[in-house]
Write a protein that binds this ligand. Structure first.
Ligand code: ATR
Length: 272
């Protein structure tokens, strides 16, 4: 049977094995999918061992996404733009790198949640790897504007410098957003992970009926979604749907089959 795996450090918490096993069952594909704890400083060797053992594809998670792009012989445009890869596919005796995170976010927003991105004003909070990874796929939806706002303003400026020719992109520091209102606000910071961190954005960024999307997910509403709800925002989602959709996009790259995602989402989050 064809072998696949997810590699990261830590990895025990990864939901990818259950997601891909469910996809395989639902689409009648015979494959195995395991977890690999990648040693820090030993990513390349671990990937090499997996390839020698017949591995056909890998999902790559923190902290190895940049290294995954670096080891590939060929990479998709979206992986190159992201500067990172979450999906490796065996191509002959080399790796092909893709990045399905942005496509997963866009699909969750537009298809699962019914959020219109075309013509919308978007605010992307954060300018790290997570933000960069979704920028081009968001621009491809033809929003009216995307503002990137980051605690460290220079990093948002650098993203605009790099991708500003690809669409209506601006960088605005957290304290300079003034009266701007956004249809969709996407949290691509890692701020929610640290309960003591100071949140640099003021309230009042959401348009009437605006949508709050957190790329982080959890069993309870995330700090960002609680912040949004505290301002009266009723349309919110965390990143569990993005997780499932990026996995489906990886599965499609590997197997040429697009697996159904709704049941897998329900499996991970039973209706409450
Ligand atoms: P990732 O790959 O998850 O994007 P990263 O590249 O380290 O990780 O980027 C983390 C992002 O979260 C950055 O935009 C960071 O802001 P800085 O560039 O100013 O560091 C943002 N971030 C982390 N903690 C934050 C906080 N407490 N408030 C606001 N932004 C925060």
């Amino acid at each position: 049977m064809d072998r696949y795996a997810v590699i990261g450090n830590p990895i025990a918490q990864s939901k990818s094995p259950s997601i891909h096993e469910a996809f395989a069952r639902a689409s009648g594909q015979a494959l195995t999918y395991e977890r690999i704890l990648g040693p820090l400083g030993g990513f390349v060797e671990a990937v090499q061992r997996f390839a020698e053992a017949g591995g056909r594809g890998l999902n790559v998670t923190a902290p190895f996404k940049r290294e995954a792009l670096a080891i590939a012989a060929r990479a998709s445009e979206r992986a190159q733009a992201a500067g990172a890869s979450n999906t490796l596919a065996r191509e002959g005796d080399a790796w092909y790198a893709d990045n399905t995170d942005g496509a997963g976010l866009v699909r969750d927003l537009t298809v699962n949640l019914g959020v219109a991105l075309a013509g919308a004003d978007l605010l992307l909070l954060g300018a790290g790897g997570a933000a960069r990874g979704v920028l081009l796929p968001l621009l491809a939806q033809k929003p009216r504007s995307i503002v990137i706002s980051n605690r460290t303003a220079s990093k948002a400026d650098a993203l605009v410098e790099r991708f500003g020719t690809r669409g209506p992109l601006d960088a605005i520091a957290p304290g300079a957003l003034g009266n701007r209102r956004f249809d969709v606000v996407i949290n691509a910071t890692s701020a929610g992970l640290d309960p003591n961190a100071v949140w640099p954005w003021s309230e009042g960024l959401f348009a009437a009926d605006g949508f709050a999307y957190d790329m982080i997910y959890g069993n309870a509403p995330t700090p960002f979604l609680r912040w949004a709800a505290g301002q009266g925002v009723t349309r919110t989602a965390d990143g569990l749907g993005m997780l499932v959709e990026q996995a489906a996009e990886s599965f499609f790259l590997w197997r040429g089959v697009r697996p159904p995602t709704a049941d897998v989402y329900t499996l991970l989050r039973p209706p409450g």
